[in-house]
Design a protein around this ligand. Structure first.
Ligand SMILES: [Zn+2]
Length: 449
C-alpha cells in the first residue's frame, strides 16, 4: 500500500497537463458533490443548490461559491461536519491552529487527510534529495512538538527524541528526530544543535534567521540542508541565509486547517499537492487573479471528507503564475507567498517567548472562553511593552483576560508591561496582510517580499 501511494504521488508530478486537469475535475467534483449532499453548512446555502455538479467539475465553478473564512468555521463548527462519511472513512484526528491571527481554529480530520501528512512530507524530502539516514533536528513551538508521555508539552531546555522523522516515520524507515522548543533562547538553540549534530534542520523562517544571525553562518557544521516550514522566507532573507550558510533552504507551505498545501521547487515556484487540495489565487471579489497579480491564497481540501473546507481563505497572499515551470513538473503552481513572516531577529531577547505565552494561553483555553473572540493582534512597542488587541463580539472577555494576566504575571523574571484592549477590528499591515504579531523593531517590509 505504501508503494502504490508513493507511486501515485510520483506519477502526478510529470503528468500530461490535459490528464492532470481531468483528474482535478474528477476530484473536485467528488468533494463538491459530497459537501452539498452531506454537509449542512453548504446544503443550507442557496447558491449551492443551483450549481451544476456532474461527475467532473471545472475549477471555474468555484468562483461562484462564497469564500470560507476562519470565523465561519468558529461559528459553524457543527454544521461543517459531514452527517455521513464515505465507506471506510472515519474521524481520525483534529488540528487546532495556534500562532495565526485570531482565535484558534479547530478542524476535524478524516483518515485519508491525516494520511497525506506523511506522504506529502516524503514528497518534499524526495524533491530536496534528503538522505533518509540523516538525523533531523526540529525547532518548533512547544505545542507543535510531540507531547511528553504524561500529555504535557516539552519544557524549555529539554529535548524531544523520536526514532524517526516527523510525519514520515509512520511510512518509512528514517534516521532519528530530535526536537527543541523555539521558545528557548538563540544561544540555547545553538548549543543544543552543536550537541546533537543533526544533518538537517526543520524550523520556522523567523527561527532560521535568528540562528543564522546569532551564529553568523551555520549553527553547526554537521548541517547539510535547511527546511523552513509553515510561514515563508522573503527572497532577500532566503538569499542571506543561503549565502551565510552555504546551504539550500527548502520550503513547504501548509496550514493546520488543511495540512501540507504546496512545496517550493528548485525553480522557485510553489507546486500544489493536487491529490490533497486545490489552490486559487483570487482578488477581493473572489475572482481568479491574472498571472503576475498578487491575491489571496484560497484552498479547497480534496481529501478531508469529515469536515470539507471549500474555498478556505488562508489569510496569506500569493502571486498568480501561468505557463510551465522550469523544473518540468506539471503540478499546478503559484509564485511568491506573502505569508506569516516575522523578522524576529530584530526584536529584543525574550520576545518570541513573550509572544508565545499569549498565543499558547489563547490556544489552550476552552473554546467557550473564546466564543466572542474573532481576531487578535499582539504589538510590541519600542520601549519593550506589549499590547494585546482583541477584536471581540462581546463586551465580556473576563475569562480570557484573567487567564492571560495570570500567566503573564507568573513569569519568573519581571515581564514587560502588557496592555489588553478591545478593538473593533485588527488592521492589516501595509502589505495588506494580517499579522498576529507586529513590532516596532521590525524593519519596513522588503520590496517584492
Ligand atoms: Zn517547478
Amino acid at each position: 500500500m505504501v508503494e502504490s501511494a508513493v507511486e501515485g504521488l510520483l506519477s502526478r508530478e510529470f503528468l500530461d497537463p490535459a490528464k492532470a486537469r481531468d483528474l482535478e475535475r474528477r476530484e473536485l467534483g467528488q468533494i463538491l458533490r459530497f459537501a452539498r449532499s452531506e454537509v449542512p453548512f453548504y446544503q443550507s446555502q442557496e447558491i449551492w443548490s443551483g450549481l451544476p455538479l456532474g461527475a467532473s467539475v471545472d475549477r471555474d465553478v468555484l468562483a461562484e461559491l462564497p469564500i470560507l473564512r476562519k470565523h465561519h468555521i468558529h461559528e459553524n463548527f457543527d454544521a461543517l461536519k459531514a452527517r455521513r462519511l464515505p465507506n471506510g472513512e472515519l474521524v481520525a484526528g483534529q488540528t487546532r491552529s495556534s500562532g495565526t491571527t485570531g482565535r484558534p481554529t479547530k478542524v476535524l480530520f478524516g483518515g485519508r487527510a491525516i494520511r497525506m501528512y506523511g506522504l506529502l512530507a516524503q514528497r518534499g524530502m524526495r524533491w530536496a534529495r534528503f538522505d533518509p539516514t540523516w538525523k533531523q533536528a526540529v525547532i518548533r513551538l512547544p505545542q507543535n512538538l510531540p507531547r511528553r508521555p504524561d500529555g504535557s508539552v516539552l519544557a524549555d531546555g529539554d529535548a524531544h527524541r523520536s526514532r524517526g522523522w516527523m510525519y514520515v516515520r509512520h511510512w518509512f524507515h528514517t534516521g532519528t528526530m530530535v526536537g527543541f522548543n523555539r521558545t528557548n533562547s538563540a544561544e540555547a538553540q545553538t548549543e543544543w544543535l552543536q550537541k546533537e549534530r543533526a544533518q538537517y534542520l526543520v524550523t520556522f523562517p523567523g527561527s532560521l534567521e535568528t540562528l543564522v544571525y546569532a551564529c553568523q553562518g551555520k549553527p553547526v557544521d554537521s548541517l547539510l540542508a535547511l527546511h523552513s516550514i509553515s510561514a515563508t522566507l522573503t527572497q532577500g532573507m532566503r538569499d542571506r541565509v543561503e549565502s551565510a550558510t552555504g546551504l539550500t533552504v527548502h520550503q513547504s507551505y501548509g496550514l493546520n486547517e488543511i495540512g501540507t498545501v504546496a512545496l517550493r521547487c528548485e525553480a522557485g515556484r510553489y507546486h500544489v499537492n493536487p491529490e490533497h487540495c486545490l489552490v486559487e489565487i483570487v482578488d477581493e471579489n473572489g475572482s481568479p487573479c491574472k498571472a503576475g497579480e498578487t491575491g489571496r491564497i484560497v484552498v479547497t481540501g480534496l481529501t478531508n471528507f469529515v469536515m470539507p473546507l471549500i474555498r478556505y481563505d488562508t489569510g496569506d497572499l500569493g502571486v498568480a503564475v501561468d505557463g510551465a515551470c522550469d523544473c518540468g513538473r506539471t503540478l499546478p503552481s503559484f509564485g511568491t507567498i506573502v505569508g506569516r513572516y516575522r523578522p524576529m531577529q530584530y526584536t529584543p531577547e525574550g520576545t518570541a517567548r513573550h509572544v508565545n505565552i499569549i498565543q499558547a494561553t489563547i490556544a489552550e483555553l476552552p473554546l467557550e472562553a473564546l466564543s466572542g473572540l474573532r481576531e487578535y493582534q499582539i504589538h510590541q512597542f519600542r520601549d519593550g511593552s506589549f499590547e494585546l488587541r482583541l477584536a471581540t463580539k462581546d463586551e465580556d472577555n473576563t475569562r480570557l483576560t484573567d487567564a492571560l494576566r495570570q500567566v503573564w504575571d507568573a513569569q519568573t523574571d519581571v515581564p514587560p508591561p502588557l496592555r489588553i484592549l478591545r478593538v473593533g477590528e485588527v488592521l492589516p499591515t501595509s502589505g495588506g496582510k494580517q499579522q498576529e504579531f507586529t513590532s516596532d523593531f521590525f524593519p519596513p517590509i522588503e520590496e517584492g517580499s
